[in-house]
Design a protein around this ligand. Structure first.
Ligand SMILES: NC(=O)c1ccc[n+]([C@@H]2O[C@H](COP(=O)([O-])OP(=O)(O)OC[C@H]3O[C@@H](n4cnc5c(N)ncnc54)[C@H](O)[C@@H]3O)[C@@H](O)[C@H]2O)c1
Length: 286
């Protein structure tokens, strides 16, 4: 282990078994952090855990299993984190996916919205007290430039009326960006910052195992490059007091006009809380 700037810091990375998340987790471990990997799949999570321990020489690499699209699983994850760790300094909401066809999560929420937005919203809120108690702390949401193609349609948040993979993915990322800014306003003065980012167009598992996936690995950014903005936001002293911003290539840059709509952000927050409550009750009584 060369650089030990993150020694004593506890960092949680979702979607850490592959792509950008795995490299982010590895580099945090290389810098001495205690890293909690969150993976949906145990075997893939264990393989990433072993690889990260071996490559970093850091043994403080934990693995927790959770499906970010499931409200119960996210609640269980937050409970496990709080039971095991008295402090949490970095929460990196990295897990995300795009779905070609409309499908629903176990709670009956459209899957792109559930995975890219509702899961991170719930996890973050459940871990806020721990983050505040550990301040200075940082929350980092991996959004996408696809948020610029998104729209928050309050009459069709579940994309029941029409579905287009990219549009729905972009809308879920726009929701994540709106959440980032609303949370930054709510966290002012707490010592907990929250920023979001576009990692670049990166050749990862995101593009699948088919031709596009194979091509993406040839022509797009490597996961090592794609992880750099996440790592910068998690570690750099330059951004210790920066909050409520959108980053590309480790530079703050404007996100879409729609993402700065404060009224939409407040309304979305309220509706998301109601949705989570309603779906949790339904799932519990099913
Ligand atoms: N690759 C790109 O070009 C690109 C561009 C913009 C944004 N992003 C975003 O970057 C983030 C990382 O993606 P990546 O490119 O490394 O892709 P990836 O598919 O290689 O990694 C995504 C990770 O998220 C996990 N994940 C997906 N759904 C999950 C769920 N329901 N529960 C738990 N984990 C889940 C996957 O298992 C995987 O570990 C995502 O949020 C993605 O939307 C990627």
């Amino acid at each position: 282990m060369g650089n030990t700037e993150m020694q004593g810091k506890v960092c949680l990375v979702t979607g850490a078994n592959n792509g950008i998340g795995k490299i982010t987790a590895l580099e945090l471990a290389q810098r001495g952090a205690t890293v909690i990997l969150v993976s949906r799949n145990r075997a893939k999570g264990e393989a990433a855990q072993a690889e990260i321990k071996r490559l970093s020489g850091n043994d403080k690499v934990d693995l927790l299993i959770a499906d970010m699209s499931s409200l119960a699983s996210v609640r269980q994850l937050a409970q496990e984190v709080k039971a095991k760790y008295p402090q949490l300094h970095v929460l990196l909401n990295n897990a995300g996916a795009m779905y070609t066809k409309r499908q629903e999560s176990v709670d009956g929420i459209e899957n792109s919205f559930a995975t890219n937005y509702v899961g991170p919203f719930l996890l973050t809120n459940l871990l806020l007290d721990l983050l505040k108690a550990s301040a200075p702390a940082r929350i980092i949401n991996v959004s996408s430039m696809a948020h610029k193609m998104g729209k928050i349609d309050f009459d069709d948040l579940q994309s029941e009326k029409s579905y287009g993979a990219m549009r729905v993915y972009g809308s879920a990322k726009l929701a994540l960006t709106l959440f980032t800014y609303e949370l930054a306003r709510r966290l002012a003065g707490t010592g907990v910052t929250v920023n979001n980012l576009h990692p670049g167009v990166v050749g990862t598992g995101f593009f699948g195992d088919g031709l596009l996936g194979r091509l993406s690995k040839l022509v797009m950014l490597t996961p090592e490059k794609g992880a750099q903005t996440s790592i910068y936001l998690a570690t750099s002293p330059d951004v210790a007091n920066v909050t409520g911003k959108y980053f590309e290539k480790s530079k703050a840059t404007p996100s879409s006009k729609a993402s700065y709509d404060e009224q939409a952000a407040k309304k979305l927050w309220q509706i998301t809380e109601q949705l989570i409550e309603q779906k949790s009750t339904q799932s519990a009584s099913a």
